[in-house]
Design a protein around this ligand. Sequence first.
Ligand SMILES: *[C@@H]1O[C@H](CO)[C@@H](O)[C@H](O)[C@H]1NC(C)=O
Ligand SMILES: *[C@@H]1O[C@H](CO)[C@@H](O)[C@H](O)[C@H]1NC(C)=O
Ligand SMILES: *[C@@H]1O[C@H](CO)[C@@H](O)[C@H](O)[C@H]1NC(C)=O
Ligand SMILES: *[C@@H]1O[C@H](CO)[C@@H](O)[C@H](O)[C@H]1NC(C)=O
Ligand SMILES: *[C@@H]1O[C@H](CO)[C@@H](O)[C@H](O)[C@H]1NC(C)=O
Ligand SMILES: *[C@@H]1O[C@H](CO)[C@@H](O)[C@H](O)[C@H]1NC(C)=O
Ligand SMILES: *[C@@H]1O[C@H](CO)[C@@H](O)[C@H](O)[C@H]1NC(C)=O
Ligand SMILES: *[C@@H]1O[C@H](CO)[C@@H](O)[C@H](O)[C@H]1NC(C)=O
Length: 236
Amino acid sequence: MLSSILLAVVASTIVTAHTVITYPGWRGDNLIENTTFPYGMQWTYPCGGMPLTTNRSYWPTTGGAVAFQPGWFQGHQTAFLYINLGFGTDGPDNGPKNLSFPMIAPFQLLGPSKGPYPGTVCLPQVPLPANMSFNAGDNATIQVVEIAQHGAALFSCSDITFAEPGDERIAKVNGSNCYNSTDLGFAEIYTVTTQEMDSAANVSTSSASGLWNHSPATWSWLGYFPIFMCALGFLL
Ligand SMILES: *[C@@H]1O[C@H](CO)[C@@H](O)[C@H](O)[C@H]1NC(C)=O
Ligand SMILES: *[C@@H]1O[C@H](CO)[C@@H](O)[C@H](O)[C@H]1NC(C)=O
Ligand SMILES: *[C@@H]1O[C@H](CO)[C@@H](O)[C@H](O)[C@H]1NC(C)=O
Ligand SMILES: *[C@@H]1O[C@H](CO)[C@@H](O)[C@H](O)[C@H]1NC(C)=O
Ligand SMILES: *[C@@H]1O[C@H](CO)[C@@H](O)[C@H](O)[C@H]1NC(C)=O
Ligand SMILES: *[C@@H]1O[C@H](CO)[C@@H](O)[C@H](O)[C@H]1NC(C)=O
Ligand SMILES: *[C@@H]1O[C@H](CO)[C@@H](O)[C@H](O)[C@H]1NC(C)=O
Ligand SMILES: *[C@@H]1O[C@H](CO)[C@@H](O)[C@H](O)[C@H]1NC(C)=O
């Protein structure tokens, strides 16, 4: 029954829809395409064009559930999913400046078709990023990134306030708001090295600060500079 309701909604928003975070609540509807966002708002880094909100959801200090509907657009028969955390108030909208703290290893989603599809993914226990801890009352933002088949990324965020596990202000997680639809599958992502890096080009970070010393090693490293910057730009 849920599926048929979702299908109806999907059909009515077929052109502009992407990822919807259902738990914890998202910043708001960014399934928008207009002259400001001619390609669709949700492609905008870091939170699909939505600024920081103040109607935060409580979420456990020990990590908790993240649920979303990934298939609100055509062309996502497969997708890569990432979930990151950001915290702090030094970002442009007084939210997190840095959302580069992964909470999970990315995984691949296998959808039923190239067209839009209904369906929910729920990860019941998303941990905090490695070596990080928060106190009840701290604010943070959870970012869900869905990488489409062509390599571009859709962004959506949930603003949270941490609370002790069991705090009654944390919305209950149960079979109606946290489940995996049976028509969705999952795959692990791994890489295979096809050529090792030339160790002569492996300059440590400390010698990289000597960039302008014209040693041969520096120059060979310089040759990689633009690529390095691209990679950095992608990570930030
Ligand atoms: C916060 O408020 C916005 C605007 O009313 C709404 O779209 C969004 O769903 C709300 N988010 C939560 C988590 O309640
Ligand atoms: C497009 O939608 C966004 C989000 O609702 C809004 O901020 C923006 O003003 C809209 N642009 C136009 C031209 O209507
Ligand atoms: C967390 O966010 C809420 C809502 O925006 C705000 O009222 C509160 O002061 C913030 N807490 C901290 C510790 O920054
Ligand atoms: C964001 O955090 C990551 C991980 O600590 C760090 O490598 C990166 O430099 C930070 N980026 C910014 C813009 O602060
Ligand atoms: C977490 O801390 C451990 C032990 O200090 C360290 O080995 C590991 O590299 C850290 N992980 C990250 C992602 O910083
Ligand atoms: C599941 O929890 C939500 C609150 O997060 C609640 O609104 C809903 O009624 C619950 N559903 C069931 C079947 O218990
Ligand atoms: C949904 O599938 C993912 C990936 O296999 C799994 O980690 C998660 O626990 C599943 N969710 C539920 C509610 O079983
Ligand atoms: C590059 O240098 C680092 C630090 O010295 C070392 O751990 C790593 O194995 C080196 N990588 C290669 C491909 O030589």
